[in-house]
Design a protein around this ligand. Structure first.
Ligand SMILES: [Zn+2]
Length: 246
């Protein structure tokens, strides 16, 4: 079976696939290099990630969240259902610029949840089941829909409808990636405010923390960009398939 405009390898398609592979790799490289650099730079305060996280929570009156040591590198996250901030071993135990930045960022999420009632975080949370459903089912609907359109002339219009349902499902997954952006940027903004206000970092350390956090944010921007590009691609494929039928 040959779906025109889909399996056809043209220059623009090659460029497209190069972009959706290179953008996330570039962002990952940025975050790994910033992290690699600043995990070697000790802070003057001598506070570990764990101590920074606890200091910020204490200053904000947060008493019901525990800081625990995670297993893998770059596995740092806040888990609202278990009330824990999980910090990777190095972040947890080492007094470095990278540790301060990452620990403060995760507590930024705790503040969004416990203090600020930050709405985009609630939306993001509410989107999780729909985004998972969309991520799992959208491609199946799109492929069945396009397959019907090309294989069976009589079922073509059903095929296009099924493919559009697939795009609708994909929209939830894309929306999740997009809503993640303000949540992540806001957590980093809060992190920098906290470590500055509490005197955890000096001016230079603050700038270095910002570099680590900006690099981390780029991975979310890259993911959202790729998700949007994929959505656009399928919308264009379905429109051209629909036009080919007429
Ligand atoms: Zn985050």
């Amino acid at each position: 079976m040959m779906i025109p405009g889909y399996y056809g390898i043209s220059g623009s398609y090659l460029l497209y696939f190069a972009l959706i592979m290179i953008i996330p790799l570039w962002a990952q490289w940025k975050v790994k290099s910033a992290y690699g650099r600043y995990k070697k730079v000790k802070t003057l305060s001598g506070l570990t990630g764990k101590e920074v996280a606890e200091a910020i929570m204490q200053a904000n009156g947060i008493t019901d969240v525990k800081v625990v040591r995670g297993e893998a590198e770059l596995s740092d996250h806040y888990n609202p259902s278990t009330n824990t901030v999980v910090l990777s071993p190095i972040v947890y135990s080492q007094p470095t610029v990278a540790s301060v930045a990452i620990a403060a960022h995760e507590v930024g999420h705790v503040i969004q949840d416990k203090v600020a009632d930050y709405k985009p975080m609630r939306w993001r949370h509410a989107l999780v089941p729909l985004a998972n459903l969309g991520g799992n089912l959208s491609m199946i609907f799109i492929m069945i829909g396009l397959g019907l359109t090309y294989l069976m002339k009589s079922a073509g219009s059903y095929g296009i409808t099924i493919a559009w349902v697939g795009v609708g499902l994909m929209l939830f997954a894309v929306l999740f990636q997009v809503v993640t952006l303000p949540v992540e940027f806001d957590a980093s903004k809060r992190a920098l405010e906290q470590v500055t206000d509490l005197g955890i970092v000096n001016d230079q350390e603050r700038r270095h923390c910002k570099k680590v956090l900006s690099a981390a944010a780029m991975t979310y921007v890259a993911a959202a960009l790729v998700a949007l590009m994929e959505l656009m691609r399928f919308i264009l494929i379905i429109i051209s398939s629909s036009n080919n039928r007429n």
